[in-house]
Write a protein that binds this ligand. Structure first.
Ligand code: AKG
Length: 324
């Protein structure tokens, strides 16, 4: 099940038929696209919640970024900053005892570190080459188009390294984890390896972004939390299949990007290949979005560290404007 390229994807839809883009989709000799999103692509994003506009890094750039992610994973590990998205130590007690009863090995022992899903945070502050990749003007411009703004800030970057492992990342919504008063944010997920069903491509529940804010979940188990502190009308992420939402698998070639809404429900399957599945991720927020800080979510930085009080527009050294 390969999601078709969204370049001109909404052909056949009323709005997209009238779509006219100020500039056509163009790619350089290395296959890298720099042209803006078309109206058809923006319409497809509105309808489905994600878009797959093409390649933003050449094969050579993707290869050197793969090596860089490998090196950074090692150095972060050595510095004691390893964070595994699927670590059973992050599971709530209840999930652990349920799994133990069901005979799940992971619930008893720390998972084999070789089966980790490494999540590196804000490498742009650590490495020049990573910074150059993250400040890609094309993806920043696409984010601005999708958010309907003229200026975007970097909320965070991530390097992801999903090792071969039978474990899944459960359905979740990104906005649930962010200290923002509005979901004016979008993620650009750039594959560094070819990504497909075998190595755990992302799955998107198309249209779920129209269903509003949901509770955060534990990535490894799907258990929701923060029910007491979020408004009572904020429900759990549901089962997209039960709800009749189309699920699309986002196959990408190395260097290709998909951009997804901060409200869309997404997940990813096990990596059944023999090597890691690496990606770099840029998360953009519309300039002017309001910081809520720890009162909404205990983020990687405290309100004091970022110098922002709840109610202030996001900004400062940790959230730079990305020029395009
Ligand atoms: O890489 C994955 O499998 C999932 C990543 C994800 O959920 C995200 O980047 O928002």
């Amino acid at each position: 099940m390969r999601a078709r390229s969204d370049a001109g994807a909404a052909e056949g839809h009323g709005a997209a038929d009238r779509s006219t883009t100020s500039s056509p989709i163009t790619s350089g000799a290395n296959g890298v696209r720099t042209s803006p999103l078309t109206a058809g692509e923006i319409t497809a994003f509105y309808e489905k919640g994600y878009v797959r506009p093409g390649k933003v890094f050449s094969d050579e750039q993707a290869a050197s970024l793969r090596d860089l992610v490998q090196r950074l994973t090692r150095s972060e590990d050595e510095a004691g900053r390893r964070y595994d998205l699927l670590d059973p130590a992050l599971w709530p007690e209840e999930d652990r005892s349920n799994a133990e009863t069901a005979g799940d090995e992971d619930a008893r022992a720390a998972r084999d570190p070789a089966q980790s899903f490494d999540f590196l945070f804000n490498m742009w502050l650590v490495d020049e080459d990573f910074r150059a990749a993250v400040f890609n003007p094309t993806t920043a411009r696409w984010a601005a188009q999708l958010l309907g703004t003229t200026r975007v800030r970097l909320l965070e970057d991530n390097a992801l390294n999903k090792s071969p492992s039978p474990h899944e990342l459960r359905w979740h919504q990104d906005y649930s984890y962010w200290p923002l008063a509005q979901p004016n944010a979008v993620t650009a997920w750039v594959a560094l390896d070819d990504v497909n069903e075998r190595n755990g491509a992302m799955l998107m529940a198309c249209g779920s972004q129209h269903l509003g804010e949901r509770l955060p979940v534990v990535f490894g188990t799907g258990t929701p939390y923060l029910r007491e502190s979020r408004p009572p009308s904020v429900a759990e992420v549901g089962d997209p299949v039960e709800l009749g939402l189309p699920v699309e698998e986002v196959e990408l070639a190395a260097g290709e990007v998909s951009l997804h809404s901060s409200l869309i429900w997404h997940a990813s399957g096990p990596n059944r290949s023999e090597r890691g599945r690496r990606a770099i991720v840029m998360r953009y927020v519309a300039d002017g979005t309001i910081w809520l800080g720890a009162q909404r979510y205990e983020y990687n930085y405290s309100d004091e560290e970022v110098g922002l009080a709840p109610g202030e527009p996001i900004g400062g050294r940790y959230f730079p404007v990305v020029p395009f």
